[in-house]
Design a protein. Structure first.
Length: 163
């Protein structure tokens, strides 16, 4: 036990450069710019809603701070490619009437995380798809919010998968 404590004290006093940072991003990346996504859908509000979620989620999860695109060490950019509403859960009776029990929002985006210092793509996904479910009678926004939260989480997971 005393040997382990001595090792910890010794490492601490030698000034080793080892440290912990949330998200364990490359050390030279301290700031990130999150650009509003281009939007190929007719749901124009998606650009702002996805942008706000990414601004709230990514910096803390990746251990970096927000910065303008002109000074950031890394940039997240993307495109909203698709937005669909479906009814994956329904019940048909013998008369031919269909009761929708659950609806689903599906969003597909293309995303790139670019290291501007090294001028390389750190991570990209050109077919990131998420779904959010909501019950019949509930507002579509419930499924939309779930799908957008999943986009942010998948970007975090993808960005961290390389480190």
């Amino acid at each position: 036990m005393a040997g382990g404590l001595t090792l910890i004290v010794l490492l601490g006093s030698t000034g080793c450069n080892y440290g912990f940072r949330s998200g364990s991003f490359p050390d030279h990346i301290r700031t990130i710019a999150i650009l509003p996504f281009d939007n190929d859908t007719n749901r124009f509000e998606l650009t702002q809603e996805i942008h706000e979620e990414l601004l709230q989620t990514l910096p803390g999860a990746l251990g970096v701070t927000n910065a303008g695109a002109d000074v950031a060490d890394a940039v997240v950019q993307g495109r909203i490619v698709r937005y669909d509403l479906t009814a994956p859960l329904f019940r048909a009776d013998q008369v031919g009437t269909v009761d929708v029990l659950q609806r689903q929002v599906s969003i597909r985006v293309e995303v790139e995380l670019i290291d501007r210092v090294e001028d390389v793509i750190l991570w990209d996904n050109l077919g990131l798809s998420t779904q959010g479910q909501y019950l019949e009678g509930e507002p579509e926004e419930i499924g939309l919010h779930e799908a957008i939260e999943l986009i942010a989480q998948r970007i975090v997971d993808g960005a961290q998968s390389n480190w």
